[in-house]
Design a protein around this ligand. Sequence first.
Ligand code: ATP
Ligand code: MG
Length: 363
Amino acid sequence: MTDLVLSDLTRSYGAINAIDNINITVGAGEFLTLLGPSGCGKSTTLAAIAGLDQPTHGRINFAGRTLFDAAAGIALPPEARGFGVVFQSYALWPHMTVEDNVCLSLKLRKVAAPERNRRVGEALELVGLTAYAKRYPGELSGGQQQRVALARAVVFRPALLLLDEPLSNLDAQLRQEARVWLKSIQRELGLTAIYVTHDQEEALSMSDRIVVMRGGHIIQMGTPQDIYERPVHPFSASFIGSANLIAGGSVSEVSEQEAVITFGDGQAIRGVAPLPLQSGSPALVAVRPQNIRLAEVPDANRLLVRFGPANYLGDRFEQEAFLGECRLRLQAIRPAPEGQGNIWIDRANALIFPPDERAKDKT
Ligand SMILES: Nc1ncnc2c1ncn2[C@@H]1O[C@H](COP(=O)(O)OP(=O)(O)OP(=O)(O)O)[C@@H](O)[C@H]1O
Ligand SMILES: [Mg+2]
């Protein structure tokens, strides 16, 4: 069942489009994540859905209702949309206790007192803060405050939950716990959720689908497995999974879904081609650091490189290597000696793409 539809959404600031013709359809009960680097338009998209900002063009529909239509001059205010919203700053009322903060939205909705108390109790239990009900925000840790903000956003069982980097201020361990817990709340209450992050691990572990954004555009949309295992754009491969992008080669051989890219020094890499390529045209290879091998180097896809220094990461080393001018990062249990040596890339792990026209853009 379709819940939320964003059609041709554009938000301009002068000559700059913070988002540029965005189209996304979200299913009921789906957990959809907007993922991308700083400034790519994630918050702008979320604010447009919440009604906190008005796009320049486009339409937003939710459960068959028009929330926004630039051409028709329709823009429902945030309170008429009634979504649960959590932004990066928790914005709790400092003079109200935890339970009063959580209860406020129910009072505003004129929910009767017994029902209110029941629901607040339930929400605080859900976020593990029952014992903190009478405390004030100033008496809580950052992580606890963030949980209060979430309890407040879910207590009135919004049809749509909008979360803008809600776990950003938690330390690594708490963040991991909060991910599991937030996901279970969303499932338990059957909420449709739109989640914003620039943390790839968070996106991969929590989402039903991920929208990869750059410079106000959608680069790829799909399940976490789609995005990680079958990137359709070099940006997806480098942003999710930190793939090396080896540029400067051209296509010397191409068949269905496979190609060979040859570099200026005559070295070649055979790999998978997710997009159509033309023989003789420029291309690049995307390969993840953990897929570059140092041991048992066979003939095919063997490359001569110059190894640089290695950094110890605990369970492995990270080392740099230069293929001509191109700097690669690789990971290995035992690093190679500095200087000349060989690496090997399995052809299934080498993705050959047309050049990324917008690679020099910051976002
Ligand atoms: N009020 C504004 N005036 C001008 N430009 C703006 C305004 N708000 C946002 N922008 C621009 O729109 C673009 C998208 O901003 P947005 O806040 O959506 O990014 P984001 O993806 O949420 O980034 P971050 O991860 O840093 O929060 C940025 O280039 C930003 O500078
Ligand atoms: Mg933002």
